[in-house]
Design a binder for this molecule. Structure first.
Ligand code: SF4
Ligand code: ZN
Ligand code: ZN
Length: 318
């Protein structure tokens, strides 16, 4: 016998173990949307009249986030736009960009693409090679910088990130194990805007990865399944994720309890992102020293700090 939706009796497509429910496609989508709306309200992530800029990668997670936010923007009265950073990684970046264009087109969400090769003249792998730094660490820094500049230039009140509970918890537990405790302070559902840093919110804070993927698929949202060629095959985060999943399988809802605990206590571990005291002399971005991290990176890799060029290109794009 096939399982039936606990709400309407139609054939079920998903079992939500921690809620003890079988759900059909429509009720599963409504369930995920309800979870996100609940998080937006519980954690006060957005306010009526705000401009929300969603950072979208082209993958299933950010597609799910944008799909739910597009619906929520009508109900909660905020304005939604999207930004995508094209990293210039052969094959992967083209597929990601195409997916974002289709996604935003199908949802009617205005979007901008900020291209690293246009900003810096080289793609991410070459930038990292010349800077002699790991690709993923340069990637994080570049995306953070360009999304923040895009948000500031677009006059956004907040940036929405597609991190789901599995991402956040694996990262939090890893950092706890290594005792990098101040990192935990950055992992709550939101960080406030300070100085030149636009605040960030995580609407999928209590949504599991499997739920985000299934939501994107069932809602027919365009996304790419292409994997970044630099994503590590074996990582500590991967091991932690497998451990958390094994506990979740025996104790359904365990990960939600952890996410809520982290949301309550993230602030105890430090300040979270704060506005650095100075403005970069090249691009004006918040900076610890004379140059911001992006200008230092590009100076080392390319012989010239590129923050001013980046700001100009981003201004044209948004
Ligand atoms: Fe960036 Fe790819 Fe590394 Fe992810 S795996 S951080 S997209 S370089
Ligand atoms: Zn149903
Ligand atoms: Zn700078």
């Amino acid at each position: 016998m096939h399982a039936r939706c606990s709400v309407c009796g139609e054939p079920a497509v998903a079992r939500v173990e921690y809620a003890r429910k079988w759900l059909c496609g429509a009720h599963f989508a409504g369930y995920v949307e309800g979870k996100v709306l609940g998080a937006l309200e519980r954690y006060r992530l957005v306010e009526r009249g705000w401009r929300v800029l969603a950072a979208v990668s082209g993958g299933a997670d950010s597609a799910a986030m944008l799909g739910v936010l597009a619906k929520a923007s009508v109900a909660l009265g905020f304005r939604l736009a999207a930004v995508h950073v094209d990293l210039g990684i052969e094959g992967f970046s083209e597929a990601s960009r195409r997916a974002v264009e289709e996604l935003c087109g199908s949802l009617g969400v205005p979007f901008a693409v900020v291209s690293l090769p246009e900003v810096a003249g080289v793609g991410l792998p070459e930038l990292a090679r010349r800077a002699r730094r790991p690709v993923c660490s340069v990637c994080g820094a570049v995306k953070r910088y360009l999304v923040n500049v895009a948000a500031a230039e677009a006059g956004a009140d907040v940036v929405a990130l597609g991190h789901h509970a599995d991402d956040l918890l694996a990262y939090a537990v890893k950092n706890f194990l290594f005792q990098r405790l101040p990192e935990l302070a950055k992992l709550g559902p939101k960080t406030e805007s300070t100085g030149g840093l636009v605040g960030r919110v995580r609407p999928l804070y209590e949504v599991y990865k499997s739920e985000a993927s299934l939501y994107a698929r069932l809602s027919g949202l365009p996304f790419t399944e292409e994997r970044c060629p630099y994503s590590p095959n074996r990582s500590v985060e991967g091991e932690v994720r497998a451990f958390l999943d094994s506990v979740e399988a025996r104790r359904p809802g365990f990960k939600i309890s952890l996410a809520r605990g982290l949301a309550r206590n993230a602030g105890l571990w430090g300040q979270g992102p704060r506005s650095p005291p100075r403005a970069c002399r090249v691009c004006g971005a918040p900076s610890e020293g004379e140059l911001c991290s992006f200008c230092r990176l590009t100076l080392k890799a390319l012989g010239r700090p590129m923050g001013d060029v980046a700001r100009e290109k981003v201004r044209e794009a948004v």
